[in-house]
Design a protein around this ligand. Structure first.
Ligand SMILES: C[S@@+](CC[C@H](N)C(=O)[O-])C[C@H]1O[C@@H](n2cnc3c(N)ncnc32)[C@H](O)[C@@H]1O
Ligand SMILES: Nc1nc2[nH]cc(C(=O)O)c2c(=O)[nH]1
Ligand code: SF4
Ligand SMILES: [Mg+2]
Length: 223
């Protein structure tokens, strides 16, 4: 049975991409080697053995930390029931969740009538059931040296690209052309709510008939 390394579990409103506005249960996995300089979850990058805590300690934490604890898929389902969460949509994020096989995790929730979504950089094989909604946020030239996989670009149900500069837009256009992506919905997400990034995203969305994703949760001050 896979022991997933979990950083946090919380219920909120999905603030990004096609499911924006959907009440969702977020399962955040620990660990990511990709190294995006502007990453808003840097506390999830390292898996330090000294940061492993008990399930109880993890569930009691009230701030962002690099602490993690292991849970099986059925532990996570039991927790969600115990906490009385009402959302029926599960978002698996991180960190980079696709460093591990997410099939048992998604299947556990599929079998209980939940929908599932994974947020991934597309730099690892995406091991999820067919029904899982896959959001690929392709990463180009990040510090960790990982590259986007062809299989990830093809599997994506949506492509959500963080941008702040024209270069980021050019990188995305090159990726879409290289992988012959034509019908997948494309979202531009301004990096860190910067006003120039937001203006650029708006004008680029209009020019290309792409969609805008503005990380709604940050504007309304929720998790
Ligand atoms: C924190 S990542 C975790 C999942 C996975 N590692 C990935 O990159 O898709 C979740 C989403 O937030 C985006 N993101 C991270 N930091 C951001 C920032 N400062 N501004 C806008 N989007 C950001 C990522 O590109 C990704 O779409
Ligand atoms: N509300 C909310 N929506 C989100 N969508 C993607 C998130 C992520 O960190 O992956 C995220 C998050 O952290 N909070
Ligand atoms: S791939 Fe995702 S979690 Fe990893 S550094 Fe980039 S944005 Fe952060
Ligand atoms: Mg986030």
């Amino acid at each position: 049975m896979i022991q997933y390394k979990i950083n946090e579990i919380f219920e909120t409103i999905q603030g990004e991409g096609s499911f924006t506005g959907q009440p969702s249960i977020f399962i955040r996995l620990q660990g990511c080697p990709v190294g995006c300089s502007w990453c808003d979850t840097k506390h999830t990058w390292d898996i330090e053995l000294s940061d492993e805590v008990t399930k109880e300690t993890l569930l009691a934490k009230s701030q962002e930390t690099s602490q993690w604890a292991t849970f099986t898929a059925s532990d996570l389902y039991s927790l969600i029931i115990e906490r009385g969460y009402k959302a029926k949509h599960i978002v698996i994020t991180g960190g980079e969740p696709c460093m591990v096989d997410l099939t048992p995790l998604c299947s556990t929730f599929d079998n209980k009538g939940y929908s599932t979504q994974v947020e991934t950089s597309g730099t690892f094989d995406i091991l999820v059931p067919e029904a899982c909604w896959v959001t690929v946020s392709p990463k180009v030239n990040m510090r960790g040296g990982y590259a986007i996989l062809e299989s990830a670009m093809k599997r994506a149900n949506e492509i959500k690209h963080p941008i702040a500069t024209e270069q980021h837009v050019d990188d995305l256009k090159a990726l879409l052309a290289e992988h012959a992506i034509e019908n997948t919905p494309v979202y531009l997400q301004p990096i860190s709510q910067k006003s120039r990034a937001t203006e650029l995203a708006i004008e680029t969305c209009i020019a290309n008939n792409w969609r805008l994703s503005v990380q709604v949760h940050k504007y309304i001050g929720i998790e």
